[in-house]
Design a protein. Structure first.
Length: 198
């Protein structure tokens, strides 16, 4: 998923993984807005500051759902782990969201160190930001280096008052009603449920 706001190292990782595994990469972006300029023309600058739930839906949830639908995806493997804490502390090995998507969490009981060891031992492509001390990586505007004593996801959404998830793995309901600069959905109201996360 290309949110348009990834770190360059994240884009590099996607390309490295596609080459390493000799697998096709299907890239999904926010619908109708293939560039940052297009997205901000439609929704205004820094939507994540004004309405992070709508931002998460537009750049993550909707593209993921569209990808699952167009590609016929019935199940996904996630990298979520209980050791990441917060909502993830009570993860189950297999989950079914409200859309019927099956989510399998094979690393459920692994620690950060176990994942790191596996990646290094098996030459798995990884995000170079990990070498700089990041432990959880999202968009550049919502990710900072975690402080001493912070949990694994402590560098995510630092200024969002306890937010721990972006919507891809959560059940939630939200609405879009005249968000952005008046272009977008205008005065129409669209309700959506966001059952997944990043």
């Amino acid at each position: 998923m290309d949110t348009l706001y990834h770190f360059p190292q994240t884009v590099d990782l996607a390309n490295k993984a596609a080459r390493h595994y000799d697998a096709p990469m299907h890239v999904y972006q926010p619908k109708g807005t293939p560039t940052v300029a297009d997205f901000e023309k439609k929704w205004g600058p820094q939507l994540w500051e004004r309405d992070d739930s709508t931002y998460d839906y537009l750049v993550k949830v909707e593209p993921a759902r569209r990808a699952y639908d167009e590609l016929g995806v019935k199940a996904v493997l996630t990298g979520r782990r209980r050791s990441q804490g917060a909502d993830r502390a009570s993860l189950n090995a297999v989950e079914i969201d409200e859309t019927g998507l099956i989510k399998v969490n094979p690393l459920l009981n692994w620690s950060f160190q176990q994942v790191d060891d596996y990646v290094k031992t098996n030459a798995v492509p990884y995000n170079e930001l990990l070498d700089m001390g990041y432990k959880s990586i999202g968009d550049w505007h919502s990710t900072v280096l975690p402080g001493a004593g912070d949990g694994e996801r402590g560098g995510r959404w630092k200024d969002k008052g306890g937010k721990t998830e972006c919507g891809l793995h959560q059940d939630c309901e939200s609405s879009i009603d005249g968000v952005g600069n008046g272009e977008g959905f205008g005065q129409s109201k669209m309700l959506f449920a966001c059952p997944f996360q990043h």
